[in-house]
Design a protein around this ligand. Sequence first.
Ligand code: 5GP
Ligand code: SF4
Ligand code: MG
Length: 457
Amino acid sequence: CGVFGIYQHSQSAALTYYGLVALQHRGQEAAGIASTDGDKMYSHKGLGLLSDVFKQGQLENLLGHAAIGHVRYSTAGANTPQNAQPITLTTHARNFAIAHNGNLVNAKWLRIRLEEEGSLFQTTTDTEVIAHLIAKANAPDLAGAVAAAAKQIQGGFSVVILANDELIAVRDPLGLRPMVLGQLDDGYVVASESCALETIGATLMRDVEPGELIRMGPNGLTSQRFAERRQRSMCTFEHVYFARPDSDVDGWNVHTVRKRLGKILAQRHPADGDIVIGVPDSSISAAAGYSEESQLPNEMGLIKNKYIARTFIQPSQELRDIGVQLKLNAVRSIVDGKRVVLIDDSIVRGTTSRRIVRLLRSAGAREVHVRISSPPYVSSCHYGIDTATTDQLIASTHNEDEICKLIEADSLAFLTVAELMEAFGYAEGEKVPFCNACFTRSYPTELIDQELKNTVH
Ligand code: 5GP
Ligand code: SF4
Ligand code: MG
């Protein structure tokens, strides 16, 4: 998902909309914005892309000087209108809207406790668990309540909370999910990625620190910690696949990291090829790095149709096959008779790779050597990246040779975890500030709800 928040601007809802457009790649299933004029809260949300949810005139109804927004990619809870965010909660004590990127590892556990104590849930999201914890917290003010809630939840979370007189942002203590802070005129902006700041003309100040709570209000900005400083565990998959290449995530520019990953691939896992082709869009940077290092020409052998959203691909096999052709086309005059080095960022289920290999062969490619700019994805993410359950991950049940056969490639290679870390400047064996759990099966938190599943159900 993507989150955005702005405090103190006369066009806060419109700027939130533009910020969310820059974050649309982080979620296409639902979108929403909540705003405040200091007296009343306004909100609008629904299923689909921003352009589906916000029609002519709807932004103008979202009045006020502060706003938050969300684009949703369902990792926890079904894709229903009720599960769209921001969620608004009103109790006798508090009135606020909340939006969340990430996935909690103890949401089910907490929800059982909260329901036993009388909380009534409207949605199946773990965001609502955070909302109820905030609503129930015994604290003098909203920031205190948010800090109390943030101490109880575990997992990945970047959260924005809007009340009539302030905007609060928190980031999980491990830094699993990204969030940046910026400045626009006399106001402040927070967002999942820095590309959203640039889009609205705001200046990037810094990353929100893991374990930090930022409060923006009439008296400016204040910062406090809700958790002690500890070894960070930032998501490497943001760099590999999820984030936009023009974003700086935790101080690293995503395009530059991907390019380095491509260079390392070319150094350590070379292939005898005539041309390099990156799968658009997420593998273009890695292909540029591979090409630069190998001195093989980087060609636009695959063209992606820009107008097809992921949600467009319908779930029947026949339509899905057409869907791939609609989305990607191989250019015969470029690939015909060539030995292609195909660069992709990751293999999750393995179906995309096989389709693309077939597409290239049917356009005349003589050989297809697949090079992946990340390690085998062997274990499901529990922190907010939706990559299917572990049993659906091809690398959890097959080795490299088997995957190579299944995707019908002439050869296949992945990066190792050490090579992935090398792209960030870390030597083998060095302690790293990254989560690599989907590649290593070594999770940086307890998986409380998983244990619950194994014992309760
Ligand atoms: P698969 O192996 O599942 O067929 O697809 C892998 C491709 O999907 C890669 O090219 C990668 O760009 C993209 N991908 C990687 N991670 C994700 C994810 O979490 N969700 C979706 N929808 N696509 C992903
Ligand atoms: Fe990112 Fe993988 Fe860790 Fe999930 S498990 S937070 S995708 S590195
Ligand atoms: Mg891809």
